[in-house]
Ligand binder design. Structure first.
Ligand code: NAD
Ligand code: DAU
Length: 359
């Protein structure tokens, strides 16, 4: 196939973040796809996370902000993608509690800018390319709110009930995507996924933060009583789900993605301690570092995902068990202290002081 009639690349926003970089590494490693990584490189974005993609002639990194309409337009008209996979966002709930405005700006206004530019681009495409084009918005299970212990898991028709500034901003962006499909006909796809974990996750989130603190002999700060439940999915499985939806999902549809691995936070932290005890016996038992601290305001009690629709319709299911995924994750952090050191420079120490200092 000559370059002129080859299918267009995928334009992936937030590609230098945790999940985006996993998707890019997987696509470069396992397909012939061309990728345009579009990322503002905020504190959460790191080009090093793109790994082997950085050396590939099928990959290009555009450093730009999704709120910059001209930059988005230029990337679309220069690279002519066949789909946009939109992951760029402010993603940390605790940060949204300290500073909600940035979350509304990036997650809501940024998605609006992207939708408007995608719509204008899509409308001008030749018929066949217009029919094949997709705008895939990557969202979260947090838009559904909080479950009681015996409630059924979230499904695609569960009513939205976001509780944090982060989840409210993601819900707002989901509704914009829905409206751009219904009103303008933009061929959208939407996925709502549960908690991801794995390599290259910024160490402000539960699992990498606990690993980093345990290795330094610092307290492991468990919020509240530690009985909040999350449904954990290994990040490689999420990337595979995104690919399945992009390839086979129906325009206008939403798909829930989850790991079938509900765990209490305290159990997750204790399991991490056990794995570290085996890897670093001189510092065992790591569980002595567990410290209960003041709860997160508005802390959602339980999330659980019913992913039967994506399993039934698209043939996706998680491949990694929580136990093996957690061990792989610990090993990755033990093997990659340089990556951790690099991302913890800059404003990281100020963030830790701000979030944990007063608890
Ligand atoms: P992350 O914080 O690790 O990465 C976000 C990326 O977006 C970073 O590379 C950052 O530089 C980039 N970015 C931020 N603002 C930008 C802007 N204005 N313009 C361009 N780029 C910008 O996030 P993540 O954990 O990889 O999550 C990715 C997406 O998946 C988010 O939309 C998040 O809501 C969603 N999600 C995350 C999880 C999870 O458990 N981490 C679960 C479900 C859904
Ligand atoms: O459910 C999907 C969501 O999962 C994503 O949309 C978010 O982007 C992602 O950050 C994540 O949100 P959570 O708030 O669930 O993840 P976090 O890692 O911040 O916290 C997980 C649980 O651990 C939560 O109940 C709060 C608790 N926690 C977290 C931290 C950082 C602690 O007990 N101590 C901590 O220090």
């Amino acid at each position: 196939m000559s370059p002129s009639n080859a299918p267009g690349p995928l334009l992936i926003t937030g590609a230098a973040g945790f999940i985006g970089s996993c998707l890019v590494r997987q696509l470069i490693g396992e397909t012939r796809d061309r990728i345009v990584s579009f990322d503002a490189l905020t504190y959460a974005g790191n080009p090093q996370s793109l790994g082997q993609a950085l050396d590939s002639d099928r990959h290009v990194l555009v450093r730009a902000d999704i709120r910059d309409a001209e930059a988005v337009r230029s990337a679309l008209t220069t690279h002519r993608p066949r789909a946009i996979v939109h992951l760029a966002a402010e993603s940390h709930v605790d940060r949204s509690i300290h500073g909600p405005a940035e979350f509304i700006s990036t997650n809501v206004t940024g998605t609006l800018v992207l939708l408007q530019e995608a719509l204008a681009f899509w409308r001008e495409l030749p018929d066949a390319e217009r029919a094949a084009f997709r705008f895939h918005h990557v969202s979260t299970d947090e838009v559904f709110g909080s479950l009681g212990a015996d409630d059924p898991a979230f499904c695609e028709t569960t009513a939205y009930a976001p509780n944090s500034p982060y989840s409210a901003s993601k819900a707002g962006s989901d509704f914009l995507v829905r409206a751009w499909h219904h009103t303008y006909g933009l061929p959208t796809l939407l996925t709502n996924c549960s908690n991801n974990y794995g390599p290259y996750q910024f160490p402000e989130k539960l699992i990498p933060l606990m690993i980093a603190h345990a290795l330094e002999g610092r307290p492991l700060p468990v919020y509240g009583d530690g009985a909040n439940v999350r449904d954990w999915l290994y990040v490689e499985d999420h990337a595979r789900a995104l690919r399945a939806v992009l390839e086979r999902g129906k325009a206008g549809e939403t798909y829930n993605v989850g790991g079938k691995a509900e765990r209490r936070n305290l159990d997750v932290v204790q399991r991490l301690c056990e794995i570290l005890d085996a890897r670093r016996p001189a510092h065992a038992p790591h569980a002595r570092l567990i410290t209960f601290v003041k709860d997160r305001p508005g802390h959602d009690r339980r999330y659980a995902i019913d992913s039967s629709k994506i399993e039934r319709e698209l043939g996706w299911s998680p491949g990694e068990s929580f136990e093996s995924g957690l061990a792989r994750t610990v090993d990755w952090y033990l093997d990659n202290p340089e990556w951790v050191r690099a991302v913890r420079s800059g404003d990281y120490q100020r963030w830790i002081e701000r979030n944990y200092g007063a608890r």
